[in-house]
Ligand binder design. Structure first.
Ligand code: C2O
Ligand code: CU
Ligand code: CU
Length: 459
């Protein structure tokens, strides 16, 4: 291993790649204390200053919770800026969802908020701030949240992979997190790509063993196109939920597309020969790029994918399509670029986007819901993208099943974020079984923060 690769591999250990830092759940004796704070960290050889994490010198930890068990975290904000913590994909009580003004007041410097919830679903989720989102996420505050199931599927290694970019100048310090040009188009891309805060880390994995790769696209902008040449594997979950309908194993022609906010769990069988490597590649302009390498170590474990126990389904209510009401949502340009935004929880200073031709005027605006759904009823959300850009549309507090699209075959697998291609109309179905006001927005943060936001109410 050359020096650079070695440094990166050690960086991965610091990122808690294998074990995670914080174990919550069954034996949780006291609330977990999470302190949002300034950090510095060597993403490159020179440490980057002015980062935001939950410790002064490490990435946000992997949080491990247990399905059906209460989790209590006291989140304290030490930043000189407002914040709130959101638990992306968790179908929990509305008051714990971490959306400023909608579900809680933003936390100022020195404030704490006690998050107390019981996750109903097992799977791969994540957490991030929902106030001053652009800045705090760009500075680092995106972490993986895993909800464990009682049934152990039988992996030899469980590996969370937090995929994200950074916008750094030549001195490894932050440059502008967005440009107006980017915000009005596909977003502003990072200059440095990382997995678990490391560039192309090398991760050891037992030869011939079974690995659960938990891919989390936590970047503010990038749409990943992923595959692992030569790997033997299976996609087992999307957006945390076990697949209902199989999806093909990705390859260079048909990579696994993960937009900001989305997750995929892959079951992989490592090669049996010590030292053999598998690369996680992103297909991008200029050619594929290695995001991470898995290297086989030790004697051949001779495991087979067929030995894995299937993941147990999450308790999601099946939509009753015979009695569904259709709600239409159009995502596109803002009809006006002079929308008043008071800047509470951060404004980018521009308005470019809208839902149903209304641009979100800011988090503290007191705007009404885009739609009201009656609790227990089935709805079909018709998601229409009238722009030439791709939008990962995310709904809080609920999960939905894609039904059909005008652009492609869609698989009826539970999601909390639907990636809408340019000009795509996708129908997704859900049962409105979680009461509250649920944020509904594009997860390209520059789109979210320049108008492409709203919320749905479940009565
Ligand atoms: Cu990942 Cu509104 O959130
Ligand atoms: Cu969310
Ligand atoms: Cu968007």
């Amino acid at each position: 291993m050359d020096r650079r690769r070695f440094l990166i591999a050690s960086g991965l250990c610091a990122a808690g790649g294998l074990s995670g830092f914080a174990l919550a759940g069954r034996a949780q004796a006291a609330p977990l204390s999470l302190v949002i704070q300034p950090a510095r960290y060597a993403l490159e050889s020179t440490p980057t200053e002015g980062m935001v994490s939950l410790s002064p010198d490490a990435p946000p930890p992997v949080l491990r919770l247990r399905r059906g068990e209460r989790f209590v975290a006291r989140v304290t904000n030490t930043l000189d800026d407002y914040t709130a913590m959101h638990w992306h994909g968790l179908r929990i009580a509305n008051g714990m969802d971490g959306v400023p003004y909608l579900t809680q007041m933003p936390m100022g410097q020195g404030d704490s908020f006690r998050y107390d919830f019981t996750p109903p679903d097992a799977g791969t989720f994540w957490y991030h701030p929902h106030c001053n989102t652009m800045e705090q996420m760009a500075r680092g505050l995106t972490g993986v949240l895993i909800v464990e199931d009682d049934v152990d599927p039988g992996f030899d290694l469980d590996l969370p992979v937090n995929l994200r970019d950074w916008r750094l100048g030549g001195d490894s310090q932050f440059v502008d997190f967005y440009t107006a040009r980017g915000a009005a188009r596909n977003g502003t891309f990072g200059t440095l790509m990382t997995a678990n805060w490391a560039q192309a880390p090398v991760q050891e994995a037992p030869a011939g063993g079974l690995v659960r790769l938990r891919l989390v696209a936590s970047d503010t902008t990038r749409i990943y196109r992923l595959h692992l040449p030569g790997a033997q594997g299976q996609v087992i979950a999307l957006d945390g939920h076990p697949l209902r309908v199989p999806v093909p194993w990705p390859g260079p022609e048909a990579p696994l597309i993960l937009g900001p906010g989305q997750r995929a769990d892959l079951a992989i069988r490592m090669p049996g020969t010590e030292g053999a490597e598998l690369a996680l590649l992103n297909e991008q302009p200029g050619g594929p790029r290695v995001l991470m390498t898995l290297r086989a170590t030790g004697a051949d474990n001779r495991r087979a994918l067929a030995e894995l126990r299937p993941l147990s389904a999450n308790p999601l209510a099946m939509p009753d399509l015979g009695h569904a009401e259709v709600l239409e949502f159009v995502f596109g340009w803002s009809p006006s670029d002079t929308v008043e935004n008071n800047g509470f929880c951060g404004t980018l200073g521009y308005t470019f986007w809208s839902i149903n031709r209304v641009a979100w005027p800011g988090d503290a605006s007191g705007t009404g819901p885009l739609a009201v759904m009656e609790r227990g009823r089935t709805y079909i959300l018709r998601l229409r993208n009238e722009s030439p850009n791709v939008h990962p549309i995310h709904l809080h507090g609920l999960a939905f099943l894609p039904l059909r699209s005008n652009r492609r075959e869609v698989a009826a697998n539970w999601l909390d974020t639907a990636l809408l291609l340019d000009g795509e109309t996708m129908d997704v179905a859900l049962v409105a079984d979680n009461p509250g006001d649920w944020a509904f927005h594009c997860h390209v943060i520059e789109h979210q923060k320049t108008g492409l936001t709203g919320y749905l109410r479940v009565t």
